[in-house]
Design a protein around this ligand. Structure first.
Ligand code: MG
Length: 257
């Protein structure tokens, strides 16, 4: 199932996105929240009559650094033995097609296309073997980074934390093989990152175990699994699109206003 959060003609709701009999996609409203077994209200709209919002509102976003060997190498850094964890504020989240705003005072803002997973129930100390059971599903993320701020500060809160620096979407796919999915980033249509999630140094089950050893994970929390080689700067007026095979494409324009 593809779980989206939509603005529809009468409000905002979670919804299941499905292909209708004529091929056109529809959005079927979910009552309250999508965790556990969703309840449907019976209301459906053509997807084209709605606007996709960020598919989830996390209480926290856990990023993982240097989780593809080729990206660690391009940054001139060693591959870490254990996952390197950082937090992004939930105020950084924006949905599909919302502009990434270049902050004043930064001279280099990079895209980082990533597979993201969404937690489906409260959990702590989850063994890797049971990680699949605590996930709602997977979505697409752009771990936008002010590289100059990240490198100047010695830790990553400012570089990773600006408003609009965590585009998520277009929806949460609850059934997808995230162990070996294609991941591709395009800048104005030019492919700049292209990998498979099978090349993650620490895979999703290992990350869930590692992160949940530290902090309780709540429904809707998001783990960004890391970016492959090919990171680079975005300029005002460009559009960045991240695609994960089996999930979809997340596109965002870039603005300085
Ligand atoms: Mg990243």
């Amino acid at each position: 199932m593809r779980i989206a959060r939509i603005a529809h003609p009468e409000g905002v709701a979670f919804a299941a996105v499905e292909a209708g009999p004529d091929g056109a996609e529809t959005a079927t409203e979910i009552a309250e929240h999508p965790f556990g077994t969703p309840n449907f209200t019976g209301r459906t709209w053509p997807l084209a009559d709605t606007r996709l919002l960020a598919p989830i509102l996390p209480t926290k976003i856990i990023g993982i650094g240097r989780n593809y060997a080729d990206h660690a190498a391009e940054m001139g850094r060693e591959v870490p033995a254990d996952p390197v964890m950082f937090l992004k504020p939930n105020t950084a989240v924006v949905g599909p097609d919302v502009a990434i705003k270049l902050p004043t005072g930064s001279s280099r803002v990079d895209y980082e296309g990533e597979l993201a997973v969404v937690i489906g129930r409260p959990c702590k100390d989850v063994p890797a073997s049971q990680a699949a059971g605590v996930l709602l599903g997977a979505t697409v993320a752009n771990d936008v980074t002010a590289r100059d701020h990240q490198q100047a500060d010695g830790q990553w809160t400012r570089g990773k934390g600006h408003d609009t620096f965590c585009p998520l979407g277009p929806w949460v796919q609850t059934s997808v093989d995230i162990g070996d999915a294609g991941l591709r980033t395009e800048l104005d249509g030019k492919v700049v990152q292209d990998t498979r999630t099978s090349l993650l140094l620490h895979d999703v089950p290992a990350l869930v175990e590692w992160v949940s050893r530290v902090m309780t994970l709540l429904p809707g929390d998001v783990i960004l699994t890391g970016t492959p080689a090919g990171v680079g700067p975005m300029a005002e007026g460009q559009t960045v699109s991240v695609t994960v095979e089996g999930i979809g494409t997340l596109s965002n324009p870039v603005t300085s206003k």
